[in-house]
Design a protein around this ligand. Structure first.
Ligand code: HEC
Length: 135
């Protein structure tokens, strides 16, 4: 009798440990940590009118194939990826600072390419941040 209780407890404990390991792993995959410096980075172009539609043009050129024309994560290439493509209309996306978005586009993660070497002008990258926030 005593042994049965111990065995059950062990199984229970093992299951619990497995579960918590999975939760930690999922969190690591979903939460994209942004360094504080970037989180607090001010968008110098927040109020700038994008007269030449640089944000839109850059988005069509480099982002649309994965993120889709409305930023829902349903571009034609999205289904070829293993990483779920972010949805820009989700609250988790909207609730972050411009600096955090800037950082993510700049550095990339998993199948999301970093654009540090592709979008060279800081201004263009900020105008792109403005654009995807309003998609
Ligand atoms: C090859 C496909 C692909 C291309 C091209 C691409 N992305 Fe992504 N993007 C992804 C994937 C996949 C993720 C999710 C990455 C993750 O969670 O690890 C992502 C995530 C993001 C995020 C983070 C979203 C969040 O919830 O915080 C931003 C911002 C972003 N992309 C912007 C862009 C912009 C802007 C461009 C164009 C300059 C672009 N992406 C081009 C696939 C792509």
């Amino acid at each position: 009798m005593k042994y049965m209780i111990i065995r059950r407890l062990t199984i229970l404990l093992g299951g619990f440990m497995l579960l918590s390991m999975t939760v930690v792993k999922l969190n690591q995959e979903t939460v994209w940590e942004v360094p504080e410096d970037y989180q607090n980075l001010e968008n110098p172009y927040a109020e700038v009118e994008d007269e030449d539609r640089i944000g839109r043009i850059t988005y069509s050129k480099y982002c649309k194939t994965c993120h889709g024309s409305k930023g829902k994560g349903d571009g034609s290439a999205a289904k070829l990826l293993e990483t779920p493509v972010a949805d820009f209309s989700a609250d988790v996306f909207k609730d972050q600072t411009d600096g955090s978005i800037y950082y993510k586009v700049y550095t990339g993660r998993n199948e999301m390419p970093g654009f540090e070497k592709i979008i060279r002008e800081e201004e263009d990258l900020w105008l792109l941040v403005n654009y995807i926030k309003d998609l």
